[in-house]
Write a protein that binds this ligand. Structure first.
Ligand SMILES: *Cc1c(COP(=O)(O)O)cnc(C)c1O
Length: 392
């Protein structure tokens, strides 16, 4: 058996990243459009806060782009997920099925509802929730009573399945929709990472009853901080706007709030940035695909690693590029992370799995989370800013 050839991997990285300025970040925002003009307009007119034309425009343009009926812009992706789960009917004491391989915000949003995340495994081909393994698992632990899916072990209701499109790669949604239908679960998509990603020709976020996007500084486009709620259900869209807007009943002068709402509205100044970024999204996506292609070619002859490519039924935004170490070299992950970061090439492991975090380790979970654990041991994210392809 050959030794691990770390130098070959680093040479390939350096070759692809020759346009990068050191240190090469994992994902940097890029502002080369109307950002200054639109933000200046907010300052010149005084419309910087929670009302303004850029909020409406950003919501409409996002709806047009993703093909959903209604979009509500909010302060960040986590807030968007919180509202999505509330509107999907998650109540205190419910369980929500969450991939253990995700960013902590997915599980936190569940906790904010007083509900309990229930961790499930991912599949190798998508890095996202495995619908077949879930189906089998629910067959063992779930019982349908009336319109509810009960967890026979905990006695709690399982209300929602919350898949996440990891690094922009869509999960296999069709079979998941089918599982949710049979087990009477609502589907909510954490599409925080997948703006610009399509499953069988349709934009992610269209399958769940309601879905969440993020525009944090490291995402495909940014509003500084920001998020959005997507839905094809007009009534849910109306409720999302209401709930993220302190649940204030519209009136000329009186302050009536008919629920305990949230102050989650996106400020106009952030939406201005968002409008300018959205205009550049098609270019960002083109550049990101070119970068992914460059990586794929550069790593083609190196057996130590596999460059992760989009699942066959999808078109990914390639938000974060990733490589998987060959199984027999899994023990080299940390040394490769050390070497690349020392050279000013920012690389990162995947998130610590949710069921291993102290805060979530006592939550219900599948007995076997073996695929997620395997991915955790072998996956490394590599620099993915769109400018790195040399095309911006
Ligand atoms: C970024 C992200 C979020 C949360 O978005 P914020 O805007 O940072 O609150 C949620 N889920 C996933 C998977 C993310 O990557």
């Amino acid at each position: 058996m050959r030794d691990f050839n770390q130098a070959a991997i680093i040479d390939a990285l350096k070759f692809v990243l020759s346009a990068g300025h050191k240190p090469v970040a994992l994902h940097e925002p890029h502002f080369s459009g109307n950002e200054w003009a639109y933000v200046k307009e907010c300052l010149d007119t005084g419309w910087v806060s929670s009302v303004g034309q850029f909020v409406d425009r950003f919501e409409q343009q996002l709806a047009d782009y993703t093909g959903v009926k209604r979009v509500v812009a909010v302060v960040n992706g986590t807030a968007a997920l919180h509202v999505c789960l509330k509107l999907a009917g998650v109540e205190e004491g419910d369980e929500v099925l969450v991939p253990t391989l995700t960013f902590v915000a997915t599980a936190n949003a569940v906790s904010y509802c007083g509900a309990v995340p229930h961790f499930v495994d991912s599949e190798q081909a998508t890095l996202g929730l495995d619908p077949y393994k879930l189906d089998q698992y629910l067959g063992e632990i779930a019982e349908i009573r009336g319109n509810d899916c009960l967890n026979k072990k905990t006695g709690r209701r399982i209300k929602v399945a919350l898949p996440m499109h990891t690094f922009g790669h869509p999960v296999d949604i069709d079979p998941l929709v089918e599982v949710c239908r049979r087990y009477k679960l609502e589907l909510v998509e954490d599409a925080a990472e997948s703006l610009g990603s399509y499953y069988k020709g349709k934009h992610t976020g269209n399958w769940g009853r309601i879905s969440a996007l993020s525009f944090n500084g490291n995402k495909v486009i940014t509003t500084g901080g920001g998020g959005a709620i997507l839905t094809n259900d007009e009534e849910l869209g109306r409720q999302a706007k209401h709930l993220s807007n302190t649940a204030k009943v519209p009136h000329k002068w009186s302050f009536i709030h008919d629920q305990i709402g949230f102050n989650y509205r996106m400020p106009n100044i952030n939406a201005a940035l968002g409008c300018a970024q959205l205009e550049q999204l098609p270019n960002f996506l083109k550049s990101k695909r070119a970068l992914a292609q460059n990586y794929r070619s550069a790593f083609a002859g190196i057996d130590e690693i596999n460059f992760f490519t989009e699942p066959e039924f999808s078109k990914s935004n390639y938000w974060l590029n990733s490589v998987l170490l060959n199984k027999r070299f899994a023990n080299q992950r940390d040394s490769l992370l050390d070497a690349t970061n020392s050279l000013g090439i920012m690389t990162r492991p995947v998130w610590t799995l949710m069921h291993k975090l102290e805060i979530y380790k006592s939550c219900p979970r599948m007995d076997s989370l073996s695929v997620s654990e395997d991915i955790e041991q072998r996956l490394i994210n590599i620099p993915s800013s769109p400018y790195l392809s040399g095309h911006l």
